[in-house]
Design a protein around this ligand. Structure first.
Ligand SMILES: [Zn+2]
Length: 170
């Protein structure tokens, strides 16, 4: 599964099934960045829960799951769209990625209403307003943390990797 760095309080993540399980460092994997905030290759640390036999990767807070643009860049893009102000300069590749990200966000409004309905009421037809409302909770780093913990979801997709693996009952 995947956690965000801000969800990890100690030196290593806890097993989601049993926090007493021994979790060992399990190398890293490389992810490409398409952003001045990201390195061309970012190494994501991975951990292995020994009793469960499952890995936990810990995504740095400036990174989005599966998207090559950084959290600050996407936040600036969404802020600019929602408030109808000019946005920071971006390469064509970044622009394409940001455009797809906003499109995904618009498709997620019903899901947000279901998940965050306890915190705030949404007008599901107004993506810009929803973004402004979400920003009242904090910056994008904070929003992603809130969606991951406790809701186990993310801004642009309900990634299966954010869910804990099932407990081993044998
Ligand atoms: Zn475990």
């Amino acid at each position: 599964m995947q956690l965000r760095q801000s969800q990890v309080t100690g030196d290593s993540p806890l097993c989601p099934v049993d926090p007493k399980h021994l979790v060992h460092g399990h190398g890293t994997y490389a992810r490409c960045g398409e952003d001045d905030v990201l390195k061309p290759t970012e190494l994501i640390p991975r951990w292995l829960c020994l009793p469960c036999g499952h890995t936990i990767s810990v995504l740095p807070d400036h990174m989005l799951p599966y998207r090559p643009v950084s959290v600050p860049r996407m936040e600036a893009h969404f802020d600019a769209l929602a408030n109808d102000v000019p946005e920071p300069a971006a390469t064509e590749k970044q622009k394409g990625c940001l455009k797809r990200a906003w499109h995904r966000f618009i498709q997620r409004l019903v899901a947000f209403a279901a998940v965050l309905g306890q915190i705030m009421q949404f007008d599901q037809s107004n993506a810009k307003l929803i973004w402004v409302q979400l920003r009242q909770l904090g910056n994008l780093k904070r929003i992603l943390h809130l969606l991951a913990e406790p809701f186990k979801t993310s801004l642009l997709h309900n990634y299966l990797c954010l869910l804990a693996w099932p407990a081993n009952t044998t």
